[in-house]
Design a protein around this ligand. Structure first.
Ligand code: CMP
Length: 225
């Protein structure tokens, strides 16, 4: 059952069960607790990870210590491949935000695998292209959208990956602190907090600690445009 999640990663797309099994067996299972750092921006990178359960934040730090989150990754998602395709140091720091189980694959093993199974490269390219699209969109939002618009968009995006339907609406257990949510949106904690309080006052969301229930996703979507 748990392997089903790993098998949904781009690495395994269209792979027959026998090959998938062989690849999974060459991967090493690892577990981490909230707050653990898997690697730091600037470290040499020699492996990639696929998430089985939990959540990982990928972030960068400015020279004056401010943090920006590039992405929150969850089950079935993969990270740590950029330092393989473009040899160089890690482009971000990976930190656990919800206790996580992952499998890791050494870059050298992936290279050997790609030589034998070149079609896998097509799916990895697709995943990279998808990431570039998302990054372009996030960049445009930083320039063109206001903070409440970006908060609405971030909540909707988190809902597509971590949301659970309930009678009231989608419940998103994002596991992020207010500070982390602000780093994801690229704004101060105060401004993000104000936007969330405003959404709550309008009845669009209800806040529950490190989760939020989207009571009116249509309104949020309109606000995100
Ligand atoms: P690597 O550079 O090896 O280590 C950090 C990882 O963060 C990187 O590989 C990617 O897997 C991931 N990453 C970097 N930039 C982004 C981004 N903009 N969106 C999502 N993931 C990213």
């Amino acid at each position: 059952m748990e392997d089903d999640v790993v098998l949904s990663a781009p690495l395994f797309a269209e792979m027959d069960p026998e090959n998938s099994r062989a690849l999974i067996e060459s991967m090493n299972p690892v577990s981490f607790a909230r707050g653990d750092v898997l690697f730091h921006e600037g470290d040499p990178g020699d492996r990639l990870f696929v998430i089985r359960s939990g959540k990982i934040k990928l972030g960068r730090r400015s020279s004056d210590g401010r943090e920006n989150l590039l992405s929150i990754q969850g089950p079935g998602e993969m990270f740590g491949e950029l330092s393989l395709f473009d040899p160089g140091p890690r482009t971000a720091t990976a930190t656990v935000v919800a206790d996580a189980e992952l499998v890791e694959l050494a870059h050298v093993e992936l290279v050997a695998w790609l030589e034998q199974h070149p079609t896998v490269a097509k799916h990895l390219l697709k995943a990279l292209a998808h990431r570039l699209r998302r990054t372009n969109e996030a960049l445009a939002d930083l320039v063109f959208s206001d903070v409440p618009g970006r908060v609405a968009k971030a909540l909707l995006d988190l809902a597509t990956r971590f949301g659970e339907p309930t009678d009231e609406g989608v419940r998103v257990a994002h596991d992020l602190t207010q500070e982390e949510l602000a780093q994801l949106v690229g704004a101060s904690r105060e401004t993000v907090n104000k936007a969330l309080a405003d959404f709550a006052a309008r009845g669009w969301v209800r806040r529950e600690g490190r989760a939020v229930v989207l009571l009116d996703a249509d309104r949020l979507e309109r606000r995100a445009r």
